[in-house]
Design a protein around this ligand. Structure first.
Ligand SMILES: [Zn+2]
Length: 147
């Protein structure tokens, strides 16, 4: 187990599950206190690589019972958004691309794209992901691509 402070510094004292700040001074026994979560990432030929990430204690505890959920921001105008964690997981295993959401306008899609890439830079640092926006059916599709 790496040092909590080291992981906290690296992750900017932000919880990788809920994306809210973690107080480095909070007790590790309090619900909103810092904890380290082991996360299987970068599944490659050699199997899963465990990455340690900073999380709130209660976010980490909840994750043990239910699959981790990364919520789409309520500020975005997205239609039919896909679950972020499941989509990223599939892309990390199989590569390729998936339509992750549909937006009513191109500027909504751009906003969703900016938000998503920023969020994913903290959720799966080191994983190469890019987005593109493709018009279709009177909407704009936000496509997430591995690599
Ligand atoms: Zn949290």
């Amino acid at each position: 187990m790496s040092d909590l402070n080291e992981i906290g510094e690296r992750d900017g004292w932000r919880c990788w599950l809920c994306d809210a700040p973690v107080d480095p001074e909070a007790s590790v026994n309090s619900d909103r206190g810092p904890s380290v979560d082991g996360f299987a990432a970068a599944k490659g030929k050699k199997g899963a690589v465990m990455v340690e990430r900073l999380a709130h204690r209660d976010c980490n505890t909840k994750k043990g019972k239910i699959a981790p959920v990364v919520a789409w921001s309520a500020d975005l105008l997205v239609v039919d958004p896909s679950p972020i964690v499941a989509t990223v997981d599939r892309l990390s295993r199989k590569g390729g691309r998936e339509v992750i959401a549909r937006c009513p306008s191109e500027s909504d899609a751009q906003e969703a794209s900016d938000w998503l890439l920023d969020r994913l830079s903290r959720f799966v640092p080191g994983m190469a992901l890019s987005t593109s926006i493709e018009p279709g059916g009177g909407q704009y599709m936000l496509v997430l691509r591995a690599g």
